[in-house]
Design a protein around this ligand. Structure first.
Ligand code: NAG
Length: 764
C-alpha cells in the first residue's frame, strides 16, 4: 500500500518531532500513588469499564485495515484504513461505549452505527496531531447487548478529492453498574415503595397528591462531557459546567477537560480551558454580568485526592468568565492570572454571592482540601471581589465568629442577599443576619430538632419569592439535611444513617424572627437535595439521598466510594403559598432511574424546563455504583405543553425603578405577572443567588410596561431572566442586565495592599 506507507513515514516524522518538542503544554500531574509526572491522557479505563485493544479478536474488521506498532499506541498497536467503506464491528454488553484513535490532518469522517442505527459522523481530522484520543462516546444505552459499527467514508468535509484515514486504537465498554438495572427495572411509584430497600426513617411517610394541573414529563437527553459539579445558566442558549480535574470524556488541548459550555437548545458541548483545580469552587455573577469562579483545591501529589493531576493550585484562584452571548458559545473562556488576580486566603468549599453593590462576597471554606471542616483548617472569614476596605480591613479577610461557632459541618454555607442589603447566613445548626457594611452579626434562632443543613450534612435552601404585594418581605426555606453528629469520626458514620425529612421556613422581620422557624416534613427524608424555583413561584425539589452523608471515601460502610445511599428518585413540588399541610405534591408521576447524590445539580432553564445533571461520589471518574454520571435529564412542567405567552422587544437592560416596555403575543388572559429571576450558581445543594422577584407591571392591549426592581437590595445588580406569566403560564425567559451594568466598585490601592500583605498560602 504505497499510500499507507507514505502515511507511516509521515507518522514517524511527526513522532520524532513530538519527542524533540517534548509536550510542554501539560505538566505537573502524577498518576495516583506516584510523584512522577505522567501525561494526563484521555485514554483511561475507569473502574467498572473494560478496554478492548485494536488487536482484540472480538473486533471484526472488513475491507483493508493496516496494523501499525508504536509505544505511543494503546497496547502498542493501532488499526488504520484509508479505504472508503472499510469497517470495524464490535458487539458488547453494557450501557456505553468509547472509541479511541488518532486525530491529525490525514484523518477524515467515519459513520458510527449503534445497533444498526446511524448515531454520529465522527471527524478525526484535526490540525493538531494527537494519539490516544477519545473520538466518540455514548453513555445512554439501555443495559444489555449492543453492536457498534464504524465505517470509514475516506473523506473529510470541504475536501472531496483527498482520501482520508480512520484509525481505531481501542474501544472501552461501560458495563452496567447494578444500581442502574435495579432502578430502571422498578416502575413502582414512590409513596408506596422505595426502589432500593430504605430503612424505615428514610421511607416516604405520606401519600402525596399529584400535581394535576397537567402533565409533567422527564426526558433524558444529552451528555455533560465533564461531570456537572457546578452549574450556571450564562445566556439564553448556554449553561456553564465546572468540575474538578478528572478523567472526563470531553477533551481540551488533547487532555481531559474539567469545564464546558452546554448548549441548552442543541445539546452541543464546547470544552473550556481552566488553568487551576476548581474542586470545589463557588461562583457568582457580578453586577456587570461577568461570572467569577472562586477557590478550589491544590495540586496534590500522591494518592490523596482527585487532584492528583491538578494543573495549578486553585485554592486562591479567581477565574473570570466574561459575558458570553454567542449563539454557539464560541470565543468564551476563563481568564486566570494567579499573581495579580487572586483571593487573600485559601478557600475550599466556599460560598460566593452577589451583594447589593454588584460585588461578590466570598464566605468561609477550608484552608485545605479534605472532608469535614475543623478548627485546624477552618477559614472563618469572608472577603470580597473586587477587594473592599471595610472598617479598616484593607482587602484582608474579615473574621466571622459565626463560622467558628458553627464548626464542624459548616462548609458551603447557605447565604442569601436580603432586600435591605444585609445577608442571611446559615451553617450547620446556626443562622444569622450579617450587615456587611457595618460588619455586624445578628444571630437568629437555630435550625430546630438538631438538624444540620450544610456540608457534609447538606440540606438545600431558597429565598422564597419576593413581591411588591408583601413589601418584598424575605422568607427563607431550608429543606433536608441530617442529624448525624458532626464531631463523630468519619469512619464511625454509616452510609445507612437516615437523612432528615425536616423543612423549615422563617420570615425575616422582627415578628417572624420572634415566631421562629415553622417546621414541616418532607414526604421523604433526603439530604443533598436541589431546590429550584419555577417562574410560577413553586419549588421543584430533586436529587439527593435518603441515607448517609455528603462526600466520598470517608464513612465506614461506603457504597462503592459513596458516603450516601438510597438515592431519592422522585422529584417533589412545594407550593410556598398553599396552606400548611398541603404544600407538597409529586410532580405528576415523573420518577428518574438515575441516582443523583453527591455532586449533583439542577437549574431552571430560560426555556422553562429544569435541567438535572451530575452525581459523582468518586475520586476520579468511575463506572462502579455509584458511578460518575454524565447523562442529563429535563423535567418539563405542565406549562411547557400549553400555549405560552410570547414576548418581543424586551430590552436587554433594566434600570432600578425604571420602566421598560415589551410586546405581548401568544397566550393572552386576565392575570399578568412578571418574574425576574436569578437562576443561581449551583453546586453542593447550594443555589447561590437564586432569586425570584415579581415586578410591578401594567398591560395595555399588546403592550406590557414593567417597572424595574426598586433597588440593589431587592435584586442585586447583575444578570437576570424575565418570564412573563399569563394566567400562570410563563413565557420563555429573556436575559436582561439589571442595574446600570457598571463594574462593581474597585479600589486599586486596596487590591495592591491585599496582594502585598498576603501570600499564596500553599501550606498551613
Ligand atoms: C466586570 O468587573 C470585573 C471586576 O472588576 C472585571 O474583571 C470584568 O472584566 C468586568 N467585566 C466587564 C464586562 O466589564
Amino acid at each position: 500500500m504505497p499510500r499507507s506507507l507514505l502515511y507511516l513515514v509521515f507518522l514517524f516524522t511527526l513522532a520524532l518531532f513530538a519527542i524533540a518538542k517534548k509536550e510542554k503544554a501539560w505538566s505537573g500531574h502524577t498518576p495516583p500513588g506516584s510523584d512522577k509526572p505522567a501525561p494526563f491522557t484521555p485514554y483511561w479505563v475507569p473502574e467498572g469499564a473494560k478496554s478492548y485493544d485494536s488487536s482484540s479478536p472480538l473486533i471484526h474488521y472488513s475491507g483493508k485495515w493496516v496494523e501499525s506498532f508504536s509505544s505511543h499506541y494503546i497496547q502498542k498497536s493501532i488499526r488504520m484504513t484509508a479505504f472508503p467503506k472499510a469497517s470495524a464491528k464490535f458487539s458488547f454488553s453494557g450501557t456505553g461505549i468509547e472509541w479511541f484513535g488518532n486525530i491529525d490532518t490525514s484523518h477524515g469522517v467515519s459513520k458510527v452505527y449503534i445497533d444498526d442505527q446511524h448515531v454520529q459522523d465522527v471527524n478525526q481530522y484535526s490540525t493538531s496531531s494527537r494519539k490516544q484520543q477519545r473520538v466518540f462516546w455514548k453513555y445512554d444505552l439501555s443495559p444489555g447487548k449492543h453492536t457498534i459499527k464504524i465505517v470509514n467514508t475516506g473523506k473529510r468535509p470541504g475536501d472531496p478529492k483527498t482520501t482520508t484515514f480512520a484509525s481505531l486504537d481501542a474501544l472501552i465498554v461501560m458495563r452496567a453498574p447494578e444500581s442502574r438495572q435495579d432502578a430502571s427495572s422498578d416502575q413502582t411509584p414512590i409513596a408506596q415503595h422505595n426502589p432500593i430497600a430504605a430503612p424505615d426513617a428514610a421511607r416516604p411517610r405520606v401519600l402525596l397528591a399529584q400535581d394535576t394541573q397537567g402533565d409533567w414529563s422527564l426526558t433524558q437527553k444529552g451528555s455533560t462531557g465533564v461531570h456537572a459539579m457546578q452549574l450556571a445558566v450564562i445566556s439564553e442558549s448556554h449553561a456553564i459546567i465546572v468540575d474538578k480535574v478528572e478523567h472526563n470524556p470531553l477533551t481540551v488541548d488533547g487532555h481531559p477537560a474539567w469545564a464546558a459550555l452546554y448548549n441548552l437548545k442543541t445539546h452541543a458541548l464546547v470544552p473550556l480551558r481552566v488553568d487551576s483545580n476548581s474542586f470545589c469552587a463557588g461562583g457568582s455573577f457580578l453586577g456587570n454580568g461577568t461570572l467569577v469562579n472562586v477557590g478550589g483545591n491544590e495540586v496534590i501529589k500522591g494518592f490523596t485526592a482527585s487532584a492528583d493531576f491538578g494543573y495549578m493550585d486553585g485554592m486562591q484562584a479567581v477565574r473570570i468568565f466574561e459575558p458570553c452571548d454567542a449563539e454557539d458559545g464560541s470565543g468564551c473562556g476563563f481568564y486566570e492570572h494567579h499573581t495579580r488576580l487572586r483571593l487573600a486566603s485559601p478557600r475550599w468549599y466556599n460560598t460566593v454571592v452577589r451583594i447589593s453593590d454588584g460585588s461578590a462576597m466570598i464566605i468561609g471554606g477550608c484552608k485545605r482540601g479534605g472532608y469535614i471542616n475543623d478548627a485546624t483548617v477552618n477559614n472563618p472569614t469572608l472577603e470580597y471581589f473586587p477587594p473592599k476596605n471595610i472598617h479598616g480591613s484593607n482587602g484582608l479577610p474579615i473574621h466571622l465568629p459565626f463560622l467558628v461557632d458553627t464548626l464542624n459541618a459548616n462548609l458551603f454555607p447557605i447565604v442569601f442577599s436580603l432586600p435591605d442589603g444585609k445577608l442571611f447566613m446559615a451553617a450547620n445548626q446556626g443562622a444569622m443576619i450579617y450587615d456587611w457594611q457595618n460588619n455586624q452579626e445578628r444571630r437568629l434562632p437555630g435550625i430546630p430538632n438538631g438538624v444540620r443543613i450544610t456540608y457534609p450534612m447538606a440540606g438545600t435552601a431558597l429565598l422564597l419569592p419576593l413581591s411588591p404585594e408583601n413589601g418584598y418581605t424575605p422568607e427563607i426555606l431550608v429543606c433536608g439535611g441530617s442529624t448525624v453528629d458532626d464531631f463523630k469520626k468519619p469512619e464511625d458514620i454509616s452510609s445507612q444513617e437516615p437523612a432528615s425529612a425536616q423543612c423549615v421556613r422563617m420570615v425575616l422581620h422582627d415578628q417572624g424572627i420572634n415566631a421562629g422557624w415553622e417546621v414541616e416534613q418532607l414526604p421523604e427524608a433526603r439530604h443533598m437535595p436541589d431546590a429550584v424555583l419555577l417562574p410560577t413561584g413553586e419549588v421543584f425539589i430533586v436529587n439527593g439521598a435518603g441515607t448517609g452523608v455528603s462526600g466520598y471515601g470517608n464513612v465506614g460502610d461506603q457504597i462503592g466510594k459513596s458516603n450516601a445511599d438510597h438515592p431519592t428518585l422522585t422529584p417533589l413540588l412545594y407550593n410556598p403559598s398553599a396552606p400548611r399541610g398541603s404544600r407538597f405534591k409529586t410532580a405528576g408521576s415523573i420518577r428518574s432511574d438515575i441516582p443523583r447524590m453527591y455532586h449533583s445539580v439542577a437549574t431552571l432553564t430560560p426555556e422553562g424546563t429544569v435541567m438535572i445533571a451530575g452525581s459523582n461520589p468518586n475520586l476520579d471518574r468511575s463506572e462502579v455504583m455509584y458511578g460518575t454520571e454524565y447523562r442529563v435529564e429535563w423535567a418539563s412542567p405542565p406549562y411547557m405543553t400549553q400555549e405560552r405567552p410570547v414576548i418581543s422587544g424586551m430590552p436587554s437592560r433594566m434600570g432600578f425603578g425604571q420602566e421598560v416596555r415589551a410586546h405581548l403575543g401568544g397566550r393572552r388572559g386576565t392575570n399578568y405577572k412578571v418574574a425576574l429571576m436569578d437562576l443561581g450558581f449551583v453546586t453542593h445543594a447550594v443555589h447561590a443567588n437564586s432569586r425570584l422577584v415579581y415586578l410591578v407591571n401594567e398591560v395595555h392591549g399588546d403592550a406590557i410596561a414593567i417597572k424595574g426592581p426598586p433597588n440593589g437590595g431587592v435584586y442585586p445588580p447583575g444578570p437576570a431572566f424575565i418570564y412573563i406569566l399569563v394566567d400562570g403560564v410563563p413565557s420563555v425567559g429573556h436575559k436582561v442586565l439589571v442595574g446600570d451594568g457598571a463594574s462593581p466598585p474597585a479600589d486599586e490601592r486596596v487590591r495592591e495592599s491585599m496582594l502585598k500583605e498576603t501570600t499564596v498560602d500553599k501550606h498551613l
